[in-house]
Design a protein around this ligand. Sequence first.
Ligand code: HEM
Length: 246
Amino acid sequence: MSANAIPTPLRLNRTTGRTSSFLASSIGRKVVMALTGLVLFGYVVVHMLGNLQIYLGPAALNAYAVKLRAMPALLWGVRVLLFASAVLHVWAAVSLTRANVAARGIGYRERRNRESTYASRTMRWSGVILLLFIVYHLLHLTLGTVHPGFVPGDVYHNVVRGFQMGIAPFFYVLAMLALGLHMYHGVWSLMQTVGLSHPRYDRLRYAFAAFITALVVLGNLSFPIAVMTGLLKDRSSSRAATAARR
Ligand code: HEM
């Protein structure tokens, strides 16, 4: 048999090995999506819990940030893992969408049978909003390039001041709603991919996805809302101003 007679998927297997044929399969890309989603989801939960220390005051939040920076290997390890996960997550999403469009007939039949929710139908839009949010968020609170009064190291001041100005807090609120939709369907389908798809567990899956999503979204929404309502005030800068006045 000539090389040209070998069907394309088989030729792919022989030349690029098992890993790439796994990644080329739709189940492989779904697994990549689930694993990278798990990493990103884990980060978002831990990040929100860490940020809750803002309610303990500037000293507690700033000391937490100092502690994280004192472990550069961990900090950079997490950053590299997050970046790689985000890139792979987007790659898997785009390539699965393309494959669905290419096999439109099959996709259409599947779609009719699948239970669809508002969250599942808006995954692409919520994903795009989240990507834009992450870029803005890094420029806003990590690099400070789009922040009106960024003070390196004064995380408490940066968050409070950052939510006192312009449309920033409203963009955060919009992004957290997109995060809610994305996480709810993401957590639900992640559990499906890892095999928790028995109808007996469906209610539990919905309940868990709703609970963890509500926890993260309400926690995150509380920060801009607490600043806008005056519950959180820029005590660190007011202390600095008081010291400067003396
Ligand atoms: C209102 C909600 C949020 C607040 C108040 C907040 C606050 C912050 C702050 C203050 C920093 C800088 C920390 C430092 O320099 O020590 C930061 C960094 C970061 N945030 Fe958020 N964040 C929020 C939501 C999110 C969400 C939803 C995501 C992901 C979707 C996210 C992802 C990140 C990432 C990736 C970094 C960079 C971490 C690093 O420098 O290694 N944040 N956030």
